[in-house]
Write a protein that binds this ligand. Sequence first.
Ligand code: TYD
Ligand code: MG
Length: 460
Amino acid sequence: MARPRKKYVCYNCGHETMQWFGRCPGCQEWNTLVEEIQPQSSAPAVRTPGAKRTHSRPLPLSQLDVISQHRQPTGLAELDRVLGGGIVPGGVVLVGGEPGAGKSTLLLQVAGYLAAGGRQVLYVSGEESGPQIRLRADRLGICQDSLFILTEVDVEAVIGHAVQLQPALVVIDSIQTMMHPGIDSPPGSMVQVRETASRLIAAAKEETIPIFLVGHVNKGGSIAGPKVLEHAVDTVLYFEGDRRASFRILRAVKNRYGSTNEIGVFQMGSKGLEPVDNPSSFFLAERPQRVPGSVVTACMEGTRPLLVEVQALVGPSPFGGTPRRQSTGVEPRRLAMILAVLEKRCGLQLQTQDVYVNAAGGVRIEEPGADLAVAVAVGSSYYNRPVDADTIIVGEIGLAGEVRSVPYGDIRLAEAARLGFNRAIVPASVYHSAAGSGLELELVAVRSLAQGLELALPRS
Ligand code: TYD
Ligand code: MG
């Protein structure tokens, strides 16, 4: 028998190499290559090219079913929103997040909801024992007999049970505990994660049973990351935000059946995860009034507007050393660009100042439409002049110090008006398209960052 050859696989991006490197040649991350034993040539991973598959046949387009007609709601409106309307038959969804994010809780709730509607659900756990799951189910008020719990790690056995039971949903908690007996690597290794997932995905498609796969994202990096599965599954959802906070954000980063970047906001309570129906007011609930450095902006999260408070704190760097720039929820490179424009175009002396920027509540701002709000927050703290609490600020900043347009201006402004804001500082193009639309907001058009600072931070 041929000796298995060594190879190295990056658990971050899946790059494979025969030689070990300190830095992955694929994604340039450090220390992400792990040794893998290649499966034997007889292992089931290998499929003969051109092998006959008699059960497939070409079909005219018009005879194919439309997916959206068969979506199954999950019982959690916020989850349905990120999924694009509910569970799709045969769809495979990867739910990633750090340990403790709420993956098991969320999926047990979904399983309980389907079971309460008389559907059979198979919840496979390789992490927790039956009694542990029972304890959580009791806490969540779930006790349906059509919810089947299977504590099993052998993927073939799991598929066997699923084929027999024909449930409305299979939950695999987690993919890192699954193993294929034909592969000589430990569970959680790259080969096992990839092979067990591909077996499950194939089974989901053949049996038209939807599957939720739980995947741990481990910053320490000892476990194969779910990143390698992203291309194979239909939908990828990640839990974001601070897991010590009571709320959780679930974001779709890939979705073959809906839009991406849609978020669902949940609150973790004593009865599990509850959807937050009005995220904007939830995130603004603890906003300080008339404190310099606090600005509210309106972001777009998928198709939904979300009002977020941007906070900045600017103060002299101690000991005249290199000034600190620290940001949470705002991309550091974007912040560096905004600070450079503030220095060059508006004359702020930030070279000797530490700058801290924070999107309040653990939200992650990913769009340039929040630039102007970030810049005004920094200016507000720098000049020690607060921004009017009833004003929202929207706009992208260019390197010339100009304020550029943002998409969906009308949706953002409507959300601000709904939450009681009465003034909006916006790019000129948004001003022109929204003026006369009947919004109960005073609109102020700005063309440059310097003008934005003047308008938002009037000298008293
Ligand atoms: P869990 O769903 O086990 O996270 P994961 O599967 O992603 O590792 O649990 C998330 C956290 O939520 C855990 O610390 C316990 C807590 N929790 C609640 O606060 N309320 C609840 O009703 C439940 C079930 C869990
Ligand atoms: Mg869990």
